[in-house]
Design a protein around this ligand. Structure first.
Ligand code: ATP
Ligand code: MG
Ligand code: MG
Length: 336
């Protein structure tokens, strides 16, 4: 049933949306709304329908999402940049709705189906190249994705190693930045936490975190709060350099007067200290180029952090290209 006062639309199998889209099943739920598999009786094909929550804040952001998706669609006629394609959008009973090409599992589901054991380096590299194509394109269009994470990267179909980036629901054009509270916490760049004006370099930070997670199966920085997020980052990356800290508008929240990080206990009573964990050990991968690739994504300074173009030219991407003629398996090769 439907209730005007509620934030959510209750989806019922078999219902028709806008006299056209028959609801088949639920594909996913996010903070902004629900996505369901529908049959489009006009085009006679399956489609993914995203129904945005009926609240002003979500409504406004969804109009930006549509503008971003339209821009990315119209400037990529040949569909070469690994971005989900929007097909239609409309308002149905006060809910903004968008329809998309139907894609497969997201990368979080892929990791989960693989018992969180991680994926093979060969497969991760295939995903990395496709993500870099997408991130370069997004950047060239002056867009920041702002929510890159495994749940927002989908397999094109469940049996092939081709992916697309979805969910531009937090995205913005670089010249229209408004929200400072962006990115899902685990993948949040330090400049967002520290309150520093951001660029698309925040997407490269998230990208680095995702690369680690695809290999190990576990998130690199699973912070329980914004403060713990920064502590987890500092534990591995050390204290941010002075030129970054100088720009922070939230310095007092995380550092004391003598410039020492404020150390907090997490809910298990654990205290963590800057520079006490080693990224290479955590990654536990014999491929040094892969480690170097991730390290360059996790640069505190957005100005020197690796860009999509630079990343495409990194030895891990270039060199292993000649070697990897092996068949791609979705399962991870044993660590050596
Ligand atoms: P978030 O909480 O990340 O902001 P959201 O509410 O903005 O999420 P989406 O990320 O767009 O919603 O979609 C939620 C989930 O629905 C995705 O993680 C994915 O599993 C599924 N999904 C979205 N779009 C598609 C699609 N085109 N094809 C198949 N599944 C999809
Ligand atoms: Mg999402
Ligand atoms: Mg979203």
């Amino acid at each position: 049933g439907y209730d005007d006062d509620r934030a959510d639309y209750y989806l019922i199998k078999g219902d028709h949306i806008a006299y056209r889209y028959e609801i088949v099943s639920l594909l996913g739920k996010g903070s902004f709304g629900q996505v369901c598999l529908c049959y489009d009786w006009k085009r006679h094909e399956q489609t993914a329908l995203k129904i945005i929550r009926n609240k002003k804040k979500f409504h406004q952001q969804a109009t930006v999402e549509i503008r971003v998706l339209k821009t990315l669609l119209e400037n990529d006629i040949e569909d070469k940049n690994n971005i989900v394609r929007i097909r239609n959008y409309f308002i149905f009973r006060n809910h903004i709705c968008m329809t998309f090409e139907l894609l497969g599992f997201n990368l979080y589901e892929l990791l989960k189906n693989n018992k969180y054991e991680g994926l093979s380096l060969t497969l991760i590299r295939k995903f990395a190249i496709q993500l870099l194509v997408a991130l370069k394109y997004i950047k060239d269009e002056n867009i920041v994705h702002c929510d890159l994470k495994p749940e927002n990267i989908l397999l094109r179909s469940n049996d092939k190693a081709f992916i697309k980036v979805i969910d531009f629901g937090s995205s913005c054009f670089l010249n229209e930045r408004v929200y400072t509270y962006i990115q899902s916490r685990f993948y949040r760049a330090p400049e967002i936490i520290l309150g520093i004006p951001y660029t698309m370099a925040i997407d490269m930070w998230s990208f680095g975190c995702i690369m680690f997670e695809l290999y190990t199966g576990q998130p690199l920085f699973p912070g329980e709060s914004e403060h713990e997020q920064l502590i987890l980052i500092m534990e591995v990356c050390g204290v941010p350099p002075a030129n970054v800290l100088e720009q922070s508008t939230k310095f007092d929240m995380f550092f004391s007067e003598n410039n020492e990080p404020k150390i907090i206990q997490n809910k298990h009573g654990v205290m963590r200290y800057p520079g006490t964990k080693n990224l290479e050990q955590l990654l536990n991968c014999s491929n040094e180029q892969f480690f170097d690739f991730i390290k360059k994504c996790l640069d505190f300074d957005p100005e020197t952090r690796i860009t999509p173009v630079e990343a495409m030219e990194h030895p891990w991407i270039i060199d292993s290209g000649q070697k990897s003629k092996k068949k791609i398996h979705l399962n991870r090769r044993p660590k050596n």
